[in-house]
Design a binder for this molecule. Structure first.
Ligand code: FAD
Length: 430
């Protein structure tokens, strides 16, 4: 049987290919809705998940088996129900995924079914790229070089899967309908939409990616992040289309960042909610009523710093925020408002459709200066100069803040220059 997790597609999915093998046996394809993940995912991520499952079920002629429960109970139960000899999965390297899978492997011990991890959602799986002494990289650029040298396999051929077992024939208990999406999405979910978006980006926008990727007003990035998060497409499929242009290499570097942060989280699982660099554990952070008021203003896009506010409103209205603006909004929360990065990271995870534990937590730690490879603590983004540089005509700001040119737009809640000095003073105390 093949248990899908964050690989919601049929093309270039080696775990499914190997489960089917030479086609002499029927394969059950299943997904387990885990209430622990459902309750901790924001509405947009759930909508994206449910829509992806619905598409997959349609592609499999209604043969995707969806159950709800703890995988360490459901997977052995399904193995028994169909007499499966193996459970094929694409490997999940997140701290939660590893704990969950360890529990499933233990629970499968008596069933006789073998655990078959095949591939992962990354170009190079976490743990594979190490320094010559076997230790993990802590800095991106040397990781990137070693990662490129390591290389990856070509995309697997996509064939219409045959011999998928129809769950209606075996009537396993607990089959549920895929839930309705709890909200609407600004991008359609699923494998077909991912491939279409990717082809359009390669044809129309890839050539300008290197020069325009930092411009939130131009919408010049690929918007592939949610598709990658849910595995509607494998990055291998994308890398194979890239070619050798400067822009293609710039894009590949971003895909390497995704692998790098997954590698960092794999090697330091504690960095999920704690400073990767514990030297910063004692930094003074604001608390109390005024901290909460500042946090509310930040979340609601009412700080009086237009680029920060535009980004925060884009986030709550659409579930997406441009990368450059994510960096500026995160820096503002930590360095201008002196709030814990994990407050911001949690809010991002609630809102983002592409919310991903490795990229989000380490994107935040980069901005906070507490991560690997972090922005040096003394570099504090100035939201106004950043806006002049990356949104020169103010188009992005006006798109998200309709009242920008009126008296309704709030005054700045803090003085950037003073707070920058205050941040440096607090760092200096350490
Ligand atoms: P493109 O510029 O088209 O990039 C292509 C792909 O490369 C992206 O889809 C993504 O998979 C990967 N990528 C690009 N930049 C990064 C990066 N800095 N780190 C890791 N991968 C990257 N990305 C997420 O996928 N999920 C998150 O939860 C997330 N949270 C972030 C939080 C903060 C504070 C910061 C600074 C960055 C975060 N990022 C996250 C990274 C980045 O902002 C998004 O991947 C990017 O904005 C997605 O838009 P895109 O697909 O158009 O990007």
């Amino acid at each position: 049987m093949c248990w899908l997790r964050r690989d919601l597609r049929l093309g270039d999915l080696p775990a499914l290919g190997e489960a089917i093998g030479d086609g002499n046996r029927e394969v059950l394809v299943c997904f387990v809705l885990d209430p622990r993940l459902e309750s901790s995912s924001g509405e947009r991520r759930l909508a994206f998940l449910y829509d992806s499952l619905r598409e997959l079920d349609a592609k499999l002629d209604g043969k995707l088996l969806v159950v709800r429960g703890r995988p360490d109970e459901e997977i052995p139960r399904l193995v028994d129900a169909v007499g499966a000899g193996s459970v094929h999965v694409s490997e999940d390297f997140s701290p939660f995924g590893r704990r969950r899978d360890d529990a499933v492997v233990t629970a499968l011990e008596e069933s006789g079914a073998t655990w078959q991890p095949v591939g992962s959602p990354y170009l190079v799986s976490p743990g594979r790229v190490t320094k010559s002494d076997g230790t993990p990289y802590k800095v991106f650029t040397p990781f990137f070089r070693a990662w490129r040298d390591h290389g990856w396999r070509a995309p697997a051929k996509t064939e219409a899967p045959s011999n998928i077992l129809n769950p209606s024939d075996i009537h396993p208990s607990g089959r549920i309908r895929i839930p309705a999406a709890p909200t609407t999405l600004d991008l359609p979910a699923g494998e077909d939409a991912a491939l279409e978006r990717w082809r359009t980006f390669v044809d129309d926008d890839l050539s300008g990616y290197e020069s325009d990727r930092d411009r939130p007003d131009l919408d010049a990035s690929s918007r592939m992040s949610a598709y990658l998060k849910f595995g509607n497409i494998h990055p291998r499929t994308m890398a194979a289309d890239l070619g050798r242009s400067q822009s293609a290499q710039a894009y590949l570097r971003e895909l390497a960042f995704r692998d790098f942060y997954a590698d960092v989280l794999y090697n330091w699982p504690k960095s999920l909610w704690h400073n990767w660099n514990d030297q910063f554990d004692d930094i003074a952070l604001d608390t109390g009523k005024s901290a909460e008021k500042h946090f509310d203003a930040w979340r609601e896009g009412r700080t009086g710093f237009p680029l920060v506010d535009a980004g925060m409103r884009q986030l709550s209205e659409t579930g997406f925020m441009h990368n450059r603006v994510r960096m500026i909004a995160a820096s503002f929360l930590v360095k201008d408002l002196h709030l814990p990065w994990w407050w911001g990271a949690k809010w991002f995870l609630d809102q983002l459709t592409d919310g991903d534990m490795a990229s989000n937590q380490h994107g935040w730690q980069w901005a906070a200066g507490t991560g690997t490879d972090a922005a040096p603590y003394f570099r504090v983004f100035n939201p106004e100069t950043q806006a002049k540089k990356f949104d020169p005509d103010g188009d992005y700001i006006r798109r998200w803040i309709p009242e920008f040119d009126t008296d309704d737009y709030p005054e700045p809640i803090v003085d950037h220059k003073a707070e920058r000095e205050e941040a440096l003073r607090r760092f200096g105390e350490l």
